[in-house]
Design a protein around this ligand. Structure first.
Ligand code: GLN
Length: 289
């Protein structure tokens, strides 16, 4: 632990912020690498006489801040940690940093299943860091989840994240392409969720450096129109879902109508495009027949 007066820290903080970058990234760095929460950081001015304790000395924190500013590497990859809902998750450049808008997936599913205490079987396809499936499994101990990812590193990270956030055993992780590892559950899945790569090729080329240069391309790029993976997931869903089982897919801001159409073409009913907190039709949901 490194101790420094709040006053000296404030002087140092000002100096760092003058170098550039945004306040949000700075407080994330101080939290994830320094060990001082955003709340503590924000209450500094009223407690200037206080001594603060850090996990790293200010020179090291300054080094990491400089690295973030010069390369645009996200703080989450620098620290190997991110926050998502109430979870603290390990991340690396092998997995997408889970986005705040995706947090709503858990709320939508919870509402649909109305905290069903039965033995629901669910799948999370392309789980990445495991964020969605871990939240669902933790909040619903009677449910059994299977999360898949084509990337073995992602499966390892997601498994560790589940172990580190719980002592439950109601979630399994398998490596494979979308539904592929689930052949033993054909026709038995109550609902499946996926946040597949959906960025169209042209948009991908224009993504901000912090995304394009660091986040895994195969977790973002969805082919020419962004819908390559969505088409595959929807096409095979009828083989794996129970009759009346649900499928929820996150999509890009302007894909809702097209994804809805794909669901309908594949015999889904009750298809709806639900909005995220910015009012964007972000989640397409429907049930098989
Ligand atoms: N929402 C992510 C972004 O805009 C994309 C995630 C995805 O392709 N599934 O960067």
């Amino acid at each position: 632990m490194f101790e420094i007066s709040a006053e000296n820290f404030s002087v140092w903080k000002k100096k760092q912020l003058l170098k550039g970058g945004d306040k949000k990234s700075f407080s994330l760095l101080i939290d994830l690498l320094g060990g001082l929460s955003k709340k503590e950081l924000n209450s500094l001015t009223i407690k200037a006489e206080k001594n603060l304790k850090f996990k790293l000395d200010l020179d090291s924190l300054e080094f990491f801040w400089g690295k973030h500013l010069s390369t645009n590497i996200p703080i989450q990859y620098l620290s190997g940690i991110c926050y998502w809902r109430n979870l603290k998750l390990e991340v690396s450049d092998k997995v997408l940093i889970p986005r705040p808008e995706t947090e709503l997936v858990v709320e939508i599913i919870s509402r649909k299943f109305d905290n069903n205490k039965g033995q629901i079987i669910f799948a999370d396809l392309g789980t990445g860091s495991g964020a969605i499936s871990i939240s669902l499994a933790l909040e619903n101990p009677s449910w059994n989840g299977i999360a898949t990812d084509i990337n073995k590193n992602a499966v390892e990270i997601a498994s560790r994240n589940f172990a580190n956030n719980s002592n439950q055993s109601n979630l399994k992780f398998y490596s494979g392409n979308w539904w592929e590892p689930l052949t033993y559950l054909k026709g038995e899945i109550d609902f499946a969720v996926a946040n597949p790569p959906y960025i169209p090729k042209n948009t991908y080329e224009e993504l901000p450096i912090e995304v394009k240069n660091f986040e895994p391309k195969n977790a973002l790029l969805g082919g020419e129109d962004g819908l390559d993976h969505v088409r595959e997931i929807v096409k095979y869903a009828p083989l794996y879902l129970k009759e009346k089982g649900w499928l929820l897919i996150e999509n890009h801001f302007d894909q809702g109508a097209r994804v809805k159409q794909l669901f309908i073409e594949n015999q889904f009913t009750d298809v709806e495009v639900l909005k995220d907190l910015s009012g964007i039709g972000r989640f397409t949901i429907g049930r098989y027949k």
